[in-house]
Design a protein around this ligand. Structure first.
Ligand code: ZN
Ligand code: ZN
Length: 211
């Protein structure tokens, strides 16, 4: 049985962000998933200030602690067991066995945060990566192409090719290019969404979505 995912717990891991920023992320998630997510709650997970977390392990801990639909946000790196070094640190990921997604702000940040614009940029990027991972919780899959929403921005599920851009090129071209609205294809999919009969539910086990 799959849990109800119309409510989401937004969990701050350590001291990565202010309460008001987390609330704002929650509001934006509600706006982008209108009719799908009706409510959010800001929570806190006590964690040491470490360089990195094992992403999959962190999702399991958050699942144990909070259960249900969870988005965890940290400013530590999130690592995977991928042998390819290029892919073993991720911006965000989702555990395919539950509804827990995690996002790291660490590599979304400019090297120095001087102005309010720098902070706004990190905040926007965090929202965009969060929308992508929460989209996976609803069974949405990546667009390899540059798929646009009706407002002309890239759909939050756009992934593009990591290799083609290099790291910062990727963040600027794909993440910054994403908007807050999903494309028609994703909206259509979300409208059909049936948590109990989700066709991918049985096949997503043991796979951790990276990005
Ligand atoms: Zn993805
Ligand atoms: Zn889309």
């Amino acid at each position: 049985m799959l849990e109800n995912i119309s409510k989401i717990n937004i969990v701050r891991i350590g001291d990565c962000m202010t309460y008001s920023s987390l609330k704002e992320i929650g509001e934006k998630i509600l706006a982008s998933f209108q009719g799908m997510i009706e409510d959010f709650k800001v929570c806190h997970h006590e964690a040491p200030a470490v360089e990195r977390f094992d992403a999959l392990f962190l999702t399991m801990i958050l699942h144990e602690e909070f259960g249900g639909h969870v988005l965890g946000i940290t400013d530590s790196d999130l690592t995977t067991h991928d042998e390819d070094e290029f892919y073993n640190t991720i911006l965000g990921g989702k555990n395919a066995q539950n509804h827990v997604a995690v996002v790291s702000t660490k590599r979304l940040s400019p090297s120095e945060i001087i102005s309010e614009a720098d902070y706004d940029l990190i905040f926007d990027r965090t929202v965009k990566v969060s929308l992508h991972e929460v989209g996976h919780n609803f069974g949405l899959t990546d667009h390899a192409s540059f798929q646009q929403a009706s407002d002309g921005s890239l759909c939050p599920m756009s992934r593009g090719e990591f290799n083609k851009f290099g790291y910062w090129g990727y963040v600027r071209a794909i993440i910054d290019g994403r908007g807050m609205n999903f494309c028609d294809e994703c909206i259509h999919f979300l409208k059909q969404f049936q948590p109990i009969r989700h066709p991918l539910a049985g096949m997503m086990k043991d796979k951790f979505y990276l990005h």
